[in-house]
Write a protein that binds this ligand. Structure first.
Ligand code: DC
Length: 229
């Protein structure tokens, strides 16, 4: 088992995990894993190969052999994501791709096929891992586990703002509905359902700013991991 430290940050979609993880990784000078991007990539690759999102026998080898590169995230900016050499950073962020990701993520074979790839991100000096099952499955031995929550409406507001800033137009009511549907799918599925690890610290971010959440996470890092940041 690896001794390289990992901080797992799990929680539902739109809770701000990505932004929090990016800032925490930057402050610590650690690597970051955006595991949701892997599921989004499988969904996009499936679409491009004309495969349905529930076609497990075809999706398992696809997930296992995904030709993916993440550009360096050391600047703290969102990493660029390349699929088969093409920049798909924006293409994987659409709501459609998110819905597809949530569907392929239900398949146990796809989850298993992505495990080694996720473990490979665990490199010195440390890793901040963003996802749904980072603390419960993928890095179950992590010394610090965080679970972020916020009510669905607040998450829809945040996601709406985020998409608007990227110039992606969406309907708020439809977004809220999609978030609720995705919550249900993510938390009710049999394989690695969304739930806090028994040893996770739960942080309700509904009334907190990103900076306040980051500060809480960094305080836990100082206390639990004895790191200076
Ligand atoms: O965090 P995100 O919105 O990019 O994730 C997209 C979907 O991928 C989400 O609906 C659930 C799934 N997912 C997962 O099942 N396990 C993870 N570790 C990360 C994401």
């Amino acid at each position: 088992m690896s001794t390289t430290p990992v901080i797992t940050v799990d929680g539902p979609g739109g809770v701000g995990k990505g932004t929090v993880c990016r800032i925490v990784a930057q402050r610590l000078g650690w690597h970051m894993l955006d595991s949701g991007a892997l599921y989004r990539l499988v969904a996009l690759a499936a679409q491009r190969h004309g495969l349905r999102w529930d076609n497990e026998p075809a999706l398992v080898p696809l997930a296992g052999h995904l030709d993916v590169q993440f550009s360096s995230d050391i600047s703290g900016n969102e990493a660029r994501v390349l699929l088969e050499g093409e920049d798909v950073t924006d293409a994987i962020r659409t709501e459609e791709c998110g819905a597809g990701a949530s569907q392929v993520a239900v398949l146990p074979g796809v989850r298993a096929a992505l495990l080694d790839r996720q473990h490979a991100f665990r490199e010195l000096p440390g890793l901040v891992a963003d996802g749904r099952d980072m603390g419960t499955v993928v890095f179950a031995d992590a010394p610090l586990k965080i679970f972020l929550t916020a009510d669905a409406e607040e998450r829809a507001r945040r996601r709406f703002k985020q998409l608007k800033e990227k110039g992606i137009g969406v309907n708020f009511a439809a977004l809220l509905e999609e978030i609720a549907a995705r919550d249900a799918r993510d938390s009710q599925r049999n394989a690695a359902a969304l739930k806090p690890a028994t040893d996770a610290v739960i942080v309700d971010t509904s009334t907190l700013s990103i900076e306040q959440v980051v500060e809480q996470v960094l305080t836990l890092c100082r206390e639990r991991l004895m790191v200076r940041c």
